[in-house]
Design a binder for this molecule. Sequence first.
Ligand code: CP
Length: 310
Amino acid sequence: MSTHWTRKDLLGLRELSAEEIALVLDTADAFKQVGTREVKKVPALQGKTLINFFVEASTRTRTSFELAAKRLSADIINIAASVSSLTKGETLKDTAKVLEANHADIIVLRHSSAGAAQFLSTRVRASVINAGDGAHEHPTQGLLDLYTIREKRGELRGLHVAIIGDIRFSRVARSNIFALLTMGARVTLVGPSTLVPREFERIGAQVTHDLDQILPHVDVVNLLRIQHERQRKEYFPGLGEYIRFFGLTKSRAQLLKPDCLIMHPGPINRGVEIDSELADSDRSVILEQVTNGLAVRMAVLYLCSGVAAS
Ligand code: CP
């Protein structure tokens, strides 16, 4: 297998090899160093134009891509659905063609429909980076999660990661599951039976509905927000019951190994999937995930732009 990056687009982590994932993480290491310099900018994407096209709400991913593009010296334009011609009935394909007519080199797309980034990637010459498409994948979130775990624990192979909560509707869960398994980690999915599809057992993940039983055995807990915007009401057991069985409360956290990492992709629903104090505690790496997102997105933009190969 080649360790060279040959992809124009980043649509998901399911299709990435271990070598490709390692290449992104190693490239992100180099870009993280850039962030410690007095001048935090490199000319790698000078003359390239990036369109940050967010059809669905975002704080972390949108700002992280914007800053990543600026650190790489690219020109960047932000477009939100509410101020785009999508509101006048223009299709996603026509909007993308308009963006390309303005010589966009990279389009970063967040969309509520699974497959939107893949759809676009076959219709434009520009690189398309999936910034989250419905309940399908959120590849840069998955990569920054792996980067953070590797940074803290030195390696991914052999680590045991519990992903807790709404697995069924979570694009973050899917990207993490695919990439962690590819990198040799053990993955256990935890949540109510309605929100944890057993189909992931077929690709090597384990499933349990007993959070207290699994907590003492894991190296990382990655907590997920309940994706109310994507799921139907009957899947969710009710807030009180959910917290009782699946919320990381302070008393439940005592079951964790002392060095277990507490992660959350955000946005957090404090007091639901995680106790507020735990989210702000020393064991939480939630803000480090955000910081690492910048270096990882710089790496993804750099690799997909093709400048590394030229
Ligand atoms: N984790 C994440 O995707 O957050 P945003 O929705 O704020 O981008």
